[in-house]
Design a protein around this ligand. Structure first.
Ligand SMILES: [Zn+2]
Length: 536
């Protein structure tokens, strides 16, 4: 036996939710789970023995919706997050400081910008960015990843000027005189985003793998052992291929493939004109991702009026016909389809497309994914269940802006609910939790805290407490549910004989502490295939 971990509080997350004291590992796989007495018999001369002194060990957290290729560049980008920044000036000063150290012409990336949290409650303009960084193209990513803010050099490299029409799924915001003001919503950000990513691949060459490795280690520090990148453009795929060939991806990274642009229709993936993203044991694929509704200017909702009238609110990306064709072509080829739906009207369109695809090619477990599923109704949840849909939710969204989602649900009236996790479980839907980092907070324990307490970052009373789940149910969403969403439930998600020994050791048992303490629980160790890769 290579490794025997003893004296633990083992949450196996198996179908019976068994508990144990010890786990034995050989060649990266769990070979036995049981009592200290039983497993001590497996200790041989070369066995490494770890004593947990009562700490809790469970399967590594799985984060199937995360913007890993974007947040990989954080250490070489300017931190524009709000907070700590509170004003445009403060962000502009930070950008100016960073620009002074860059050679002219080199792309400057920023991350974490949030208009609605700034004192001015507006975006930074291209002219403010020009002043801060006169000699460098600038691309500041919005924290939602649905917009970016560009200066004149970046706009010009991307070929965006006053005569450029808005792209199909996006808006170029303009000043009164018709000039683009630097804010690029949704599909309008694609060219600037792509150029800045491409440039960083060129600046770093093979060394981009170090950035990917560093990001993997950051995730391991939160107990995350598998990640799904929720939108991989071709240059992000290249970033991963380089990293994988240099053996710099210690976690499992699942690529959800999109089009050439972040928000463009993934037609080529759907038609099978590009590979499915399966590269190696560490770098996987098999999923197509598309966006059904935007963040800017508004997601796609249905508002219910007394008397049964329905009003369409916000934008939607695809007509039903186009959605049906994208989804069914991918489904025909055996690709998993994941659709971003924030609003209830987007959910309807996605469900219709899933139904259409399933009629053409019935399969037992289609494992369609709805990403976010944030504002929805009970009947939609029931319909999703009948179509074999997995809900990939973000409890961290409840933590950062639960009140706003609740208000939105109330505004849409009818039976509309916000992040209704209890309702989803009650209807038998498979639910997977995820971070959607940087859109939501990265630590799974923050998400778990929010799901269980329904409390938010702003403090005060719980928001929609009727949708709370218990800690064990929440942990299932980060382990077994998430493994199912990624098609990996036979391999990871629970500590059972034959599964990978991806494990996390916590200072406290989330099912036993005061729920308010859950987000203060420390991640002490993280193992990948029985190898200790993170220690607090
Ligand atoms: Zn996302």
């Amino acid at each position: 036996m290579d490794l025997v971990i003893m004296g633990g509080n083992v949450l196996t997350m198996d179908p019976q939710n068994s508990r144990a004291e010890a786990v034995a590992v050989e060649e990266g796989k769990v070979t036995a789970v049981g009592s200290n007495a039983e497993l001590s018999k497996l200790v041989g001369e070369t066995t490494e023995v770890v004593h947990l002194a009562g700490r809790t060990i469970l399967p590594g957290f799985i984060d199937p919706h995360n913007h890993f290729s974007i947040n990989t560049l954080e250490p070489v980008s300017v931190d524009c997050s709000v907070p700590p920044h509170a004003t445009i000036n403060s962000i502009a000063d930070t950008i100016a400081d960073a620009a002074r150290d860059l050679p002219p012409g080199r792309w400057l990336r920023g991350w974490g910008f949030r208009t609605e949290r700034l004192k001015e409650n507006r975006a930074i303009t291209r002219w403010e960015l020009d002043e801060a960084a006169p000699d460098n193209p600038v691309c500041i990513m919005d924290g939602s990843v649905h917009a970016c803010y560009a200066n004149s050099a970046a706009l010009s490299l991307a070929g965006i000027d006053r005569n450029t029409p808005d792209p199909p799924h996006g808006l170029i915001l303009r000043a009164d005189n018709g000039e683009p003001n630097g804010t690029l919503w949704e599909g309008a950000m694609d060219p600037v985003y792509n150029l800045s990513l491409r440039a960083h691949l060129e600046y770093y060459g093979e060394d981009v793998a170090d950035l990917v490795y560093h990001n993997c280690m950051r995730h391991l520090a939160y107990g995350i052992t598998s990640v799904g990148d929720a939108l991989v453009v071709p240059d992000a795929a290249e970033l991963y291929r380089i990293s994988d060939s240099r053996k710099m991806i210690p976690i499992t990274l699942h690529q959800m493939l999109g089009a050439e642009g972040f928000f463009a229709p993934p037609q080529r993936v759907s038609r099978g004109e590009v590979g499915d993203g399966n590269v190696s044991d560490r770098l996987r694929g098999g999923t197509m991702k598309l966006f059904m509704d935007p963040v800017f200017p508004s997601s796609a909702y249905t508002r219910h009026h007394a008397g049964g009238d329905e009003e369409e609110v916000g934008e939607i990306y695809y007509t039903q016909e186009v959605a049906n064709s994208l989804v069914s072509q991918a489904h025909q080829r055996g690709l998993q389809v994941a659709i971003h739906c924030l609003g209830n009207r987007a959910v309807d369109r996605a469900l219709n497309a899933f139904e259409y695809a399933l009629k053409a090619r019935p399969v037992e477990e289609p494992r369609f994914r709805i990403e976010h599923f944030t504002i929805t109704t009970l009947s939609q949840i029931q319909r999703a269940r009948s179509l074999g849909v997995v809900a990939v939710v973000q409890p961290g969204f409840h933590f950062t802006r639960g009140q706003r989602y609740r208000d939105r649900a109330v505004d849409m009236a009818g039976d509309v609910r916000a992040i209704p996790l209890r309702s989803m479980l009650a209807e038998g839907l498979v639910v997977s939790a995820s971070s959607d980092y940087p859109c939501g907070p990265l630590p799974p324990l923050t998400g778990l805290y929010a799901m269980v307490t329904r409390r938010t970052q702003q403090g005060g009373e719980p928001v929609t407490p009727e949708e709370a789940v218990d800690p064990l149910e929440g942990l299932q969403m980060y382990t077994t549910g998430a493994a199912y969403a990624m098609g990996r439930e036979k391999e990871v998600g629970s500590l059972e004989r034959g599964k990978r020994a991806d494990m996390v050791v916590l200072s406290h048992d989330p099912t036993a502490v005061d729920p308010d303490f859950i987000r203060d629980i420390a991640v002490e160790q993280t193992y990948i295939e029985g190898r200790l890769l993170y220690r607090r």
